[in-house]
Ligand binder design. Sequence first.
Ligand code: EPZ
Length: 422
Amino acid sequence: MDMFVIQGGSRLKGNIPLSGSKNASLPIMSAALLTDEEIILRNVPDLADIRHQCKLLESLGAKVWRDNENALHIKVEDESNCQAEYELVRRMRASICVLGPMLARRQKAQVSMPGGCAIGDRPIDLHLNGLKTLGASIHLEAGYVSTECPRLQGTEIFLGGPFGSTVLGTANIMSAAVLAKGKTTIESAACEPEVVDLGNFLNAMGAKITGHGSPRIEIEGVDQLHGCDYEIIPDRIEAGTFMVAAAITNGELTIEKCPCNHLMAVIDRLRHIGVIVEPDGNNTVVSSARRLTPADLTTQPYPGFPTDLQAQLMALLCLADGNSIITEKIFPDRFMHIAELNRMGARLRKEGPTVVVQGVRELIGAPIMASDLRASAALVLAGMVARGETQILRVYHIDRGYEKIEEKLNAVGASIVRTSES
Ligand code: EPZ
């Protein structure tokens, strides 16, 4: 397994590019199962999770390849297999988003139930209720969800749950309802930019979707969809992570083609903390040269503060001049990074879904362990500012969601070496 060895103390400076959004790519790639015509996707990042999704699509009869301009092509050639195997699904929870498209197109779908996850309990009841409301039969058997329906029927579906709406649940229901008979209305739909991107992609395939990006999505079912050529949006979570990288190292980064309109809640908190965020044409310049003001933040569904940037902001607030309060309202147990940051000299105290962050003067390098994707990103940020050397074990977590992170950060002045754990 790979590890990172980080020498702390460098100020980052320069231009840094963004990759395409992982969380937009995964459901869009799944939706390619809705046609047997060729789909071309541009700006799909080259990541462990994406390569995994390619394998899953191949197991479901698709031919998947990259061309010499790095565009990803998907063409379904055999629709006879309707089962997504446990061996493939267990490695990545987002595999569940093949369920809706496969059911809509092949009239049946069997997907292994996703297992446990480092960020907490992650049920799929809302996905299943939505498909049932569209007329599908649902059975749970030997760890698999089996669904069947000769033709889904448009209807009204409420998708809200105890923690708000569901991003992949909305993706699944949208991608199923596009081929349903008649009109479907999704109430309490997720409004995340990745859901909007999926809606735009489905429309490019010939679907009739309106309202995506709002809590009420309307879908007029069509008989069939066709191939298309589509460009995925930039990764807002990677952008937010680089904003914190500039701030935590007292540096100045120009984030290229930064989707600031998808990051308003994050920019609001960063400005409160004292970070300077300034648009410069398509780019955004982020800098920080003074002491950090503490801040309170609560994660919420979009357009609120994203749970996927909670750990990174916590790393930054460890160094603020006073106490901050962070409350996690999407995944209340998503705090695996606390113990590791405390090993580096942070003062973090968890009380239920809330963490009290007592600012310290410095973090100190230590051997630490990556646990999930975003927690690992927070540890890289902490390592870049810590005194001395930080060794991060199990960086495969970060490789799931950040494309060439050490190359991008080293190009603007970081000192991160990838090596093998001995
Ligand atoms: C997506 O996960 C993202 N994953 C996650 O990104 C992100 O953290 C999450 O949305 C929230 O923004 C992908 O896009 C691949 P949810 P998803 O269903 O869709 C509860 C990352 O680091 N819920 O919106 O699986 C659930 O427990 C990751 O890139 C139900 O109760 O999340 C949670 O409390 C990890 N029943 C809340 O809803 C359900 O059926 C939101 O989860 C489904 C969800």
